[in-house]
Design a protein around this ligand. Sequence first.
Ligand SMILES: [Zn+2]
Length: 75
Amino acid sequence: MVCMECGAIVKNGYTTSVTDLGNCLLIVRNVPCHKCTECNEIIYTGDVIKRLEQIAEQAEQFTQEISIVDYSSAA
Ligand SMILES: [Zn+2]
């Protein structure tokens, strides 16, 4: 697999996803991703993107300004 930005090789890894939902800042830790070895572009697989969307939907119901969720333990 290669980076869509620069064409360099991407490696499997983990990252922290930060999403501003408007009423709440959602931080998801330990998100599996592919990370470019050259430009640090982060690429998520389709499954991970769906899962992040589900977590975001749940987080919108929270009243905290900042929600920190671990990807592997999110329902
Ligand atoms: Zn790159």
